[in-house]
Design a protein around this ligand. Sequence first.
Ligand code: F6R
Length: 242
Amino acid sequence: MKMYRVKDYNAMSRKAANIIAAQIILKPDSVLGLATGGSPVGTYEYLVQWYKDGDLDFSQVKTVNLDEYKGLSKDNDQSYFYFMDQHLFSKVNIDIKNTHIPDGTIEDSDEACKRYNSIIEGFGGADLQLLGIGHNGHIGFNEPDEMFIKETHCAALTDSTIEANARLFENPDDVPRYAYTMGIQNIMQAKTIVLIASGKDKAKAIKDAFTGPVTPAVPASILQLHPNVIVIGDEDVFSLYE
Ligand code: F6R
């Protein structure tokens, strides 16, 4: 595992974008596993800039996103499809047919998850998976639990996650209670995993995930067992890490 302690959010974003850019340059048809939320916004900004500068070509890149809220359609501005379109897909030369996000509009959870799982299986996992981390140590929407769930599943969001994500909704009651998410095995199948985190509020999650026991109570702790994980965090997020 490589740990990079950098100054701030901008330095974190730049370093993550550099690693993703190198991946695309070395393997132009890479399968990128992507995340949404506040953590990767700056990373996507750098990637868009370098595409505009002519340094990056997304024409052969394929993507699989970690998750999507159940019940939200693509045109809902809180959906992760909308987020990805706004922050990356509409701004680079990616072929939208090569982008994959669970379909939140499929009512039948088993069907939605089976479909998405077979897409990930078809790729044999991502070449590089970008991750954020929740305050409770979640990755994707794999919430703290008594066991790790391997495959794509419908997760009931915990109060901590609903509270954290409420900042993005007009009314906290609008935060969906369920999401379709890649499972732990789907994530662990990636050849390289890049986890980004910033801010004092995530310091305990980082400490627990990387210095504590591997346990489904802290889902990100499973990453200790992956052979190629890169953690990029700012000074605040590493403030409890020894
Ligand atoms: C997003 C995802 C989540 C977030 C995590 C951190 O696709 O799967 O695990 O990465 O909730 O969110 P932010 O970055 O908003 O703090």
